[in-house]
Design a protein around this ligand. Sequence first.
Ligand code: GLY
Length: 593
Amino acid sequence: MHKTLTLIAVMAAGSALAQQAADSVQPEAATTGGFAAMSPQVAAALQAKDAGLPVTGKTWMVAAANPHAVQAGADVLAAGGTAADALVAVQTVLGLVEPQSSGLGGGAFLVWYDAKSGQLTTLDGRETAPLAATPTRFQDDKGEPVQFYDAVVGGLSVGVPGTPALLASAHDTWGNRDWATLLQPAITLAQDGFDVSPRLAGLVAADAERLARFESTASYFLPDGQPLQAGARLTNLGYADTLQMLAQDPSAFYTGEIAQDIIDTVNGAVPAGGLLTPLDFSLYSTRERPAVCAPFRGHDICGMGPPSSGALTVGQILGMLDSYDLEALGPADPQAWRLIGDASRLAFADRGRYMADSDFVPMPTKGLVDPAYLADRAKLLAGDDALPEVSPGTPAWDHAMLWADDESIELPSTSHISIADSYGNVASMTTTIENGFGSRLMVRGFLLNNELTDFSFRTHADGVPIANRLEPGKRPRSSMAPTIVMRDGAPVLAIGSPGGSRIIGYVAQAIVAHLAWGMDVQQAVAMPHAVNRFGNYDLEAGTAAADLQGPLEAMGFEVETRDLNSGLHAIEIGDGLQGGADPRREGIALGDD
Ligand code: GLY
């Protein structure tokens, strides 16, 4: 396990940010009241979160965004299941109780540490564009990008879902429980019903106008024309039925009536029908890809490579910061945030220029996290003020290519699951239907993604192609950054977050907080956020991070104070296990302590 500074030492250093992390008040405290009644373990986990303390475990742990889902995963792990088995139970329950964020109709990336082989690998369950989709799909008749929500809502934005294939593949390779039994917790909950959480009710009310546009979506989320109320008992028999079909045959999602229902719903959407065909479904497969790793404080920060920009961008940020003494500065010093902010700007400049689906476009994947390249880029951070200008670098590349900078909009939704099992396996999976409630199209009890809006709406800039332009069969670039941190070949931390392209900043900051500033996992995920992508420096409103506004502006940053809704879920793996759940969401960590 890494050497941590103790909390006392961090506080003694006078860190308002660390203090606030420790004192963190649950901003959604009212949302957890119903969950506390589920079991004494869930009540204890919620109390620990409210108190700013990590949950401990001896041999297994699961951390995710909803107590029902965490409990389902914990039951699988307690019965001797692997992290891959638990993942199936957690994801299928999340698709029911947190349907706006992830589910069968979306995509996911899994980073997996396999204890038997000692190897790290990844599964890419990203959605694919229909073969009939054209690069100008999100442009008007003058070639200009359409309004974001005109592209999101309806069938145009829906890619072939990857999450069902990923779950089946992970279970086939690493599971030891019967597949059908892993779907049972979600089936039972869908049939018996669950209490609508205040978070889900609030999000439905806020999105009521869009949800009302499609009949099956409206009848589920707006019964009798009114948004679901917190505490209302909700069943989902269509979802239970779909899961029962998948329990018999997981590949049924991509064949026969489930695929056909999705195709009919997407292509028949009015006014924005899509172009999916049975061939798009039969061609879909999960891809196993090597993990992408970068160095930080003697650790390897490993995660999901292309088509995600997550591991490359988190890795670039941390790789550049590795040569700076963040420990001496501490989390209260604005100079620490200047370094983090400008490292992020430099990394996002490379992300916008180079990162996309490398099955379709050549990418300098190795060059982007090459230590010599990062050391060179890190020299740009040596001053005292914000960099006046930031542009992409020139990483080593074995294929000459000129790319223009990307334009794509990503808004926060998504969910993250971290699991450690009693065999020593570790799973870190970020999962999404993209926008909250995805395309707003609902079929068979689950929502369909709008992942295609993660492509650049423009295809070219000044005649130069954009790497992340839409192409038939391509996977849109993601920011999801499921991460496993390794030390001397062994996993020491699993972490990830929702949050659109801010995911990258949330994950990088939490890793800095844990490895450089010695915060435990609960403090690290609760810490007030300060994230910079390629524009404003965003500071979390109502927290000590907002105090950085003046100093950062004086350095030349454009600063905005706003809500920053991460959903970090982390597990530290050492002599025992410690879990942290983001106080900005409803989730918890549970372990066998
Ligand atoms: N749609 C969110 C992401 O993939 O980054």
